[in-house]
Design a protein around this ligand. Sequence first.
Ligand SMILES: NC(=O)c1ccc[n+]([C@@H]2O[C@H](COP(=O)([O-])OP(=O)(O)OC[C@H]3O[C@@H](n4cnc5c(N)ncnc54)[C@H](OP(=O)(O)O)[C@@H]3O)[C@@H](O)[C@H]2O)c1
Length: 238
Amino acid sequence: MTNLTSVTDPGDLAQLYADAPSGVRANMIFSADGAAAFGGRAGTLSCPADQNLLRDLRAFADVVLVGAGTARAERYGPARFTEAQEALRGAHRGHAPPPIAVVSQSGRLPSTLFVDGTSPPFLVTSASAAQAHSLDSDPRWRLLVAGEDTVDVGAATKQLRALGMQRILCEGGPTLLDQLVDADAVDEICVTIAPLLAGSQPVGLRTPSRQHVPASLELRHALLCDSYLFLRYRRSAN
Ligand SMILES: NC(=O)c1ccc[n+]([C@@H]2O[C@H](COP(=O)([O-])OP(=O)(O)OC[C@H]3O[C@@H](n4cnc5c(N)ncnc54)[C@H](OP(=O)(O)O)[C@@H]3O)[C@@H](O)[C@H]2O)c1
């Protein structure tokens, strides 16, 4: 039985996530009634402790994987750390911030991702999209092709790992997460439950799962901070 632990200082949360798995760790927030966004943004569900945790989890990652819908909605830029987060990362990884890898069929990435040339994002796309939109000739990104007609997200995570990026932090959105779940590629999921009722907030073009049974998880911890619940689940062995 895992007890619920109250955390009064949000700065104490990060250390409870330092042992990131080798594989995919997803990090998501949902309202108490299950919405993944409010008014098209996830930040409206969030709180300062959750925002800190979102950034802190990057300190324990080798790459941040995100769907293009989220990169566009949230105006993603290169990962940057506060001094505290640099210290966290120094203690555990000792490298520059992780690159952002965006899954996209269209190649429409926000300009905010290209503000500095020092850490170009990865564009993760399919062979047909790369050809149709001439995505392989754009010097702003590093191209990673996985899948023929659409991105095979399982193959994409294997390619990232083969490039030495073992700890993949997936920041959503729900469409990309659905596909990682269907590919049986999620090793851990960190879920924040916000004390909010958001009603119906459709996001993305989500399709029904192909799973026959839901995959089982084990709860690693349950933390309470400012009425927000921070849950950490890993895939169970069976
Ligand atoms: N609650 C949370 O924790 C959380 C986290 C992240 C985001 N969000 C919210 O969720 C919303 C965005 O989520 P979303 O589900 O709409 O989008 P998403 O998963 O971030 O991105 C969907 C896009 O990713 C690309 N994509 C995904 N799978 C693909 C595949 N197999 N092959 C090729 N391309 C693929 C496509 O990009 P192209 O259109 O470029 O082809 C697709 O339109 C926003 O409102 C955001 O604020 C919430």
